[in-house]
Ligand binder design. Structure first.
Ligand code: SAM
Length: 359
């Protein structure tokens, strides 16, 4: 830890591997850049602060933390509580911000569409002389980052590298027209909509498509959960076949939930911005469907997925099924067999496998 780093920030929820850190050299570079500012901003925003490293260290400057995930919010709450730090103001990437920003820090997200969405919010919720400092690990650099930044700012300057991280300082914002930030995704006869930065932005995910071709649904499936639902496509395809069912649609990403709300609505449809199943009682669902996450930014991590499977088992009724699609190499079968008495491959191709697990 450097001198400025007072708080030991923990990776809440995402991993039990204690060797993984809750921040990187890019976060440290952002912290230093803020501390070096001669005049501190009146209103500043922090984007993509995964576990609260920046929000906690800069709490006395009263930041607005723009939350992309529920798990991020929970981690920031836990880290703030552990260090007796007051909570930051929270906002989300779509709502107008309460105060116009005169400064923003962005830890570069893996999704550059999400980076663009952040800039879109910043330029339309800021003072004329806003300046934005972004940081990324040099190995994650792409010229597209500069291209996007230049769409919104006249001046885009790169710093020298420090511990393999680099800053990008954006000043002189351009006068841009507000964009809708939604992309269409075609599937069969329907156009799904999703916000920039939501999973599988260009076309339906191939695993999801394969899953939809093989999913087994029954007339008697009344209570259904689409877990890690993204834009809600799986839930909506089921809803078309079972319009009377009660369907819960859950995702950890704010923009995924907002997208799902554009695609599936109804009296019996319930949207949840959440990252676990603790809100559901035991024995609730007849069917849980999922194309579960295993990528978290640049990290591949199946621990979260395995915890979700365990929770699915608890929340299924006896005789209910968990159906999921996965990349074959993840080899979930061994884990699923520890929980479920029956785990069948109901379909498989070169890349993906669809499992049906009955409780
Ligand atoms: C592989 S994508 C699937 C999206 C969608 N179901 C589809 O098939 O297009 C995985 C999704 O899991 C979400 N996610 C990640 N961690 C989660 C968690 N702990 N709980 C719920 N959703 C989560 C991500 O935001 C992402 O939308």
């Amino acid at each position: 830890m450097t001198q400025e780093e007072k708080y030991n920030i923990e990776r809440h929820d995402l991993s039990i591997d204690r060797s993984l850190r809750a921040w990187s050299a890019a976060d440290e570079y952002l912290l230093q850049a803020f501390i070096a500012l001669e005049k501190k901003p009146d209103h500043f925003g922090i984007y993509n602060d995964r576990f609260g490293f920046l929000g906690c260290h800069l709490h006395e400057f009263n930041p607005t933390v723009i939350l992309s995930q529920k798990s991020q919010e929970k981690a920031i709450l836990a880290n703030s509580k552990a260090h007796n730090i007051p909570l930051p103001n929270f906002s989300n990437p779509l709502s107008p911000l309460e105060n116009k920003l005169d400064f923003a820090l962005i830890k570069m997200p893996k999704s550059l569409a999400l980076f663009q969405l952040f800039l879109e919010q910043i330029v339309h919720n800021s003072t004329e002389n806003i300046s934005v400092t972004c940081a990324f690990m040099t190995r994650h650099f792409s010229p597209k980052i500069l291209q996007i930044a230049q769409e919104y700012f006249e001046v885009v300057e790169q710093s020298k590298a420090l511990k393999k991280a680099r800053l990008l300082v954006l000043t002189k914002k351009k006068n841009t027209v507000k964009k809708e930030m939604i992309v269409p995704i075609n599937y069969k006869d329907q156009v799904y909509k999703q916000y920039w930065g939501v999973f599988s932005a260009e076309h339906i995910d191939y695993a999801t498509q394969f899953f939809l071709e093989h999913l087994e649904i029954k007339e008697t499936d009344h209570h259904i959960l689409d877990l890690a639902a993204g834009n809600g496509i799986i839930a909506n395809e089921i809803f078309k076949k079972l319009p009377g069912a009660e369907i819960h649609v859950m995702d950890d990403a704010y923009l995924a939930v907002a997208s799902a709300k554009l695609n599936i609505q109804g009296e019996n449809i319930h949207h949840h911005f959440n990252n676990n199943l603790s809100i559901f009682d035991d024995d609730t669902f007849d069917l849980i469907v999922t194309n579960p996450p295993f990528h978290f930014e640049y990290e591949i991590n199946i621990q979260i997925t395995l915890q979700l499977f365990k929770a699915c088992f608890r929340c299924l009724k006896a005789g209910g099924s968990l159906q999921l699609v996965a990349n074959k190499h993840l080899n979930y079968k061994v884990h699923l067999e520890r929980l479920f008495s029956s785990v069948q491959h109901i379909a498989e191709n070169r890349k993906f496998v669809v499992y049906k697990c009955v409780k």
